[in-house]
Unconditional design. Structure first.
Length: 139
């Protein structure tokens, strides 16, 4: 079974990469998603999938990687019962965050939802783009 790759956005003043790191191996629920397309993406996530952790609004940059450790379940913060959450754990923090500004400069990344659908909070990332972005974060 092949691994999938994703990008998760969080406002760092609400939930930051540092808070994710402190959650340790038990991870933390990725909840509060109320966009149907983003929720559909959460439902498609599988245990072992890796996700870029993106600080939105403040910073606008990919700051690290998390891994899905529990697949979609009912989001406890959703009173309607329509939305799901997944649990993710911290894997690594980039030495150098990858800014949205720098991502936009790379022609091979121009198709990403991060650029085309800037308000989407959970999006898939193709393997080629994953490798490019990963390399950018580790330089």
């Amino acid at each position: 079974m092949s691994k999938n790759y994703w990008l998760l956005k969080s406002e760092p003043d609400v939930w930051s990469i540092e808070q994710q790191k402190k959650a340790g191996n038990k991870g933390a629920a990725w909840d509060g998603v109320r966009n149907y397309q983003a929720a559909k993406n959460l439902k498609a996530m599988r245990k072992g999938d890796q996700c870029f952790f993106y600080h939105s609004n403040i910073g606008k940059e990919i700051v690290g990687i998390v891994e899905v450790i529990k697949e979609a379940y009912m989001d406890k913060t959703d009173q309607s019962g329509r939305f799901v959450a997944v649990t993710v754990k911290f894997i690594s923090k980039f030495h150098r965050p990858i800014t949205l500004e720098n991502i936009k400069k790379i022609k091979e990344l121009s198709h990403l939802s991060l650029i085309k659908q800037s308000r989407l909070s959970v999006m898939s990332i193709d393997l080629k783009s994953w490798k490019i972005l990963n390399k950018m974060g580790k330089i």
